[in-house]
Design a protein around this ligand. Structure first.
Ligand SMILES: [Ca+2]
Length: 214
């Protein structure tokens, strides 16, 4: 059980009614970021949707948010501000069991370099993803849904569940491999450059999402 000091959010079903939201979640535009979370899937063999864990939208887009990370498209897929969903990063990695896993995605705009870490280890990386892009500020973060409009436009086929989340955090820099492995190993959450953090979402849950204390 990871991060026993933190609360968990349980998503009991697939529904566009179940999510956690924070408006004005990113205060300054970002030339780099890291998003990390712990996730546990109830039905890893039979996902009925794309399982969007994290989305950030600063403007409406039916085909691509500012940022999203989904687990089953059909593998882990990442979008960083691309104008078309077809240009998302389609990784070769996926979650294949019903245990807790730690996932981190990093990106920076000088080389457009991205990295995917799973359970504290670098799994995949690449370059040329939205070089020179700045992720815009002032948008809305949603856990559990893809946003086709800011704070809305949810679709069942993109939703997350059934499953659990904890410690979904965003930093405005690329975390080091040692920072990421420390999160996985002993839940050390690097405080420097945190943009939004887990405690801020406790009051933002909707639908049947349950907050469970450790
Ligand atoms: Ca969508």
């Amino acid at each position: 059980m990871p991060c026993v000091k933190a609360y968990r959010m349980t998503f009991p079903r697939i529904s566009t009614s179940d999510y956690a939201m924070k408006a004005n979640a990113i205060g300054s535009s970002l030339s780099a970021f890291t998003v990390c979370f712990f996730v546990k899937l109830k039905d890893p063999d039979t996902p009925s949707s794309a399982l969007t864990v994290y989305s950030y939208a600063a403007s409406a887009s039916p085909s691509g948010n500012g940022i999203y990370v989904c687990l089953s498209s059909p593998n882990i897929a990442i979008n960083i501000g691309t104008p078309k969903q077809i240009d998302e990063i389609k990784t070769n990695s996926k979650i294949e069991d019903d245990q807790w896993h730690h996932v981190c995605v990093t990106w920076e705009n000088s080389k457009g370099e991205w990295q995917l870490y799973m359970d504290g280890q670098l799994k995949e990386n690449g370059t040329g993803m939205m070089k020179d892009h700045h992720n815009p500020s002032g948008g809305t973060v949603v856990f559990g849904q893809d946003q086709d409009s800011v704070g809305g436009g949810f679709e069942t086929g993109d939703a997350f569940g059934p499953g659990e989340l904890t410690e979904v955090n965003l930093w405005g820099k690329v975390l080091s491999a040692s920072d990421i492995s420390a999160q996985h190993a002993n839940c050390t959450i690097t405080q420097a450059s945190l943009v939004h953090w887990w405690d801020q979402f406790k009051g933002g849950v909707h639908g049947e999402v349950q907050v469970e204390e450790p």
